[in-house]
Every structure is written in structure tokens, then in C-alpha cells.
Design a protein around this ligand. Sequence first.
Ligand SMILES: C[S@@+](CC[C@H](N)C(=O)[O-])C[C@H]1O[C@@H](n2cnc3c(N)ncnc32)[C@H](O)[C@@H]1O
Length: 227
Amino acid sequence: MPLCLDEIVIWSRSFNEYINFLALSENDLQKKILAVADGASSFNYEAKIRGYDVTSLDPLYKFSPLEIKEQIIKSCNQIYPQIVKNKNDYNWLYFKSPDHLKEYRMNVMENFLDDFVIKESKSKYIGGEIQNLPFKKMSFDIAIVANFLFLYSDRLDLNFHIQSLTDLLEVANEIRVFPLQGNLQNSPKYIIPVINHFKNLGFLAGVKRVNYHFTKGANKVLIIKKK
Ligand SMILES: C[S@@+](CC[C@H](N)C(=O)[O-])C[C@H]1O[C@@H](n2cnc3c(N)ncnc32)[C@H](O)[C@@H]1O
């Protein structure tokens, strides 16, 4: 995946979306959470307000707030027309319309930026990549990955997925990933080989239907944990 800011598309989700699409219960939220590829989402910020312990990791955090803000505006100009054009690919329940979605996403990103600029937040936003996790073994209870693995399966192969999930299981007891489908109609499908790989190694691995269904077909979370 790119490290060049220009190639990172920023289109961010909120705390409420995260808890719905990752099926995070109050009990889960009490645990130590690592949010990988967390981008400009407001999950960390909103979790902090509620007293939860979340650390985010993303190559985006190596850039300055101003650079990120410029990329947010560029990304929005790129994505919004695509959403309008492909409106039928989405269920318009959580969001009422493309305009509502755009306003919601921009608010999420403003919340992220407000938190990202403050000195006290520095240790909670780690600039890094999933291939090289800068954490000690079992530093977290749950590692979550939203809108990165599986979504870019046209660019990231099965080996990348298995290696990334293996590395995450070194630093967390449990992993949750959403969504499980690629963003292209003909994206490779990795979910079954991934589940089989981890089951064969003795992990509990499976898919659970979630209470969030915006992109058609994307309503399941992958959960992998130690027995
Ligand atoms: C579509 S965004 C998802 C952001 C957030 N999780 C959400 O759901 O709103 C994908 C994120 O993956 C990040 N990313 C790209 N390459 C990465 C890598 N090698 N390791 C970790 N994150 C990466 C990007 O910077 C970007 O923020």
C-alpha cells in the first residue's frame, strides 16, 4: 500500500459506525483496543470521550494536520461524485442521501483533526504500517481493522492478508475485521481461505452478521481469537 499521502483516500467513519460494523459490545469497549488502518476516523476521539482505551495506527499519522486536511478535501472531491454515480450500490437507511453522507463524513474528519492536533493525543495516534507493528506481544485485548483488509483485495494479495492477521495475533488476543468484500465487483475473495488458514492453526475463526449494512453485501465481520 502507498505511503505517499496523495494515494491515501480519506473517507472516514464514526464511533457509532465502528461499534455497529465490528459488533463491539460495552464489554469489548472496556478492553484495550488497537485500531489498525484507523485513518481519519473519529473512533479514537469518540472512544476517549467515553473513557475507553484506544490506540490507532496508520501511515497517515506521519503527515501534518494541514497536509491531512488538504488530502481530506481532495479525497472528498474524488469520492462524492462516485457515490452519486453508483447510488444504487448502497442502502440509504443509515445515511439518507449522498449529501447527508458527505456532511457526516466531513464532520467525522473535523472531529478527528481536532483531536489529532492536540499534544495529549500524540501517543494514541501511531504513524506506522500493519506490516511492521511497533508493539510488544499481547499489548492489546482486541485489534480491529476497518475498511482496509479485504476491501483492497485487488491490490493486497492473500499472503498479505494472512501475514497481517498473523502479526496482529501476536499483539492482540482477538481480531475483528470489516468489511469482508473488495471494493470492485471482480475483487478476489479471500475470506474462506483466511478462515480455513486460522482454523487449521487452532484459532476460533468465523464470520458474524452485523447491524450495519450501507454498501450492499457488506454486513459481516470476521472474528479470529485464541481458543
Ligand atoms: C479506507 S481508509 C479506512 C480508515 C478507517 N479505518 C475508516 O474505516 O474510516 C484505509 C486506511 O488504510 C490506511 N493504510 C494504508 N496502507 C496501510 C498499511 N500498510 N498499514 C496500515 N494502514 C494502512 C490508509 O492510510 C487509510 O487511512
